[in-house]
Design a protein around this ligand. Structure first.
Ligand code: SAM
Length: 217
């Protein structure tokens, strides 16, 4: 398959990424729309959900990614494999999160994964990070109890910051007593996770669950 040239990083604060995007009709994308959903935020080339979708044909997987060319390439690969329970969607999640959640069947949204979300580990790039207090607040407003959120990072400072954002919000509860989750609950590792483990470097993981809801609708 022809490889499309991919930019290594984009600045999510750039003007181009401040517009909301048109959401597709999910019913026409997922033939089994009533199945459970798994949302993977910042999926990059999407190899994690590509493998997960093949292992779990009865779960619908949706990956969101800000680099549009990656999304195009991943959807081509999905088509090549004839997978009907997988879709990749281009957006800046910090602009489109509320709209995206409104469009999804939230009672069926079982998992959200946010894995190695930030290439932005320098302090001066704080504002570019995905998991902000506002981001967590939107999740709290829309998600149903029992939706689980799995996060992991190879940068301890970022992992701690993400945990702080979830823990300061009363609608989420950490699902383990030890500071970090020992094992990845999923049988597939992301590209970044594989690269980190291959270097024998630590991965900081945490699991949260929604414990109460405040629905704006
Ligand atoms: C370090 S990569 C990790 C990719 C993959 N989750 C993994 O673990 O291998 C982070 C990804 O999140 C994407 N990303 C960063 N900010 C984003 C945003 N605001 N909206 C959507 N995607 C974003 C980046 O483009 C990048 O592909």
């Amino acid at each position: 398959m022809r490889k499309i040239r991919i930019r290594q990083h984009v600045n999510p604060l750039a003007r181009k990424f401040q517009q909301s995007v048109t959401l597709p009709d999910w019913n026409s994308i997922y033939p089994n729309f009533n199945n459970l959903f798994h949302l993977d935020i910042g999926c990059a080339r999407g190899q994690f959900i590509l493998a997960m979708a093949q292992l779990n044909p009865k779960i619908n997987f949706l990956g969101v990614e800000i680099r549009e060319s990656l999304v195009t390439e991943s959807n081509l690969e999905r088509d090549h494999l004839n997978l009907t329970n997988l879709h990749y969607f281009y957006c800046n999640i910090n602009i489109s999160l509320a709209e995206l959640l409104t469009s999804l069947p939230l009672a069926q949204l079982k998992w959200i994964t946010i894995q190695f979300p930030d290439p932005w580990f320098k302090k001066k790039h704080n504002k570019r990070r995905v998991v902000t207090a506002e981001f967590v607040n939107i999740l709290a407003q829309y998600l149903f109890p029992e939706t689980k959120i799995f996060i992991q990072s190879d940068v301890q400072e970022i992992a701690l910051e993400i945990c702080d954002r979830f823990e300061e919000n009363p609608h989420f509860q950490r699902q383990h007593s030890q500071p970090w989750l020992e094992e990845n609950p999923f049988p597939i590792a992301t590209e970044r996770e594989i690269a980190t483990l291959n270097k024998n470097e630590p991965v900081y993981r945490a699991l949260y669950s929604v414990i109460s809801e405040i629905h704006p609708f």
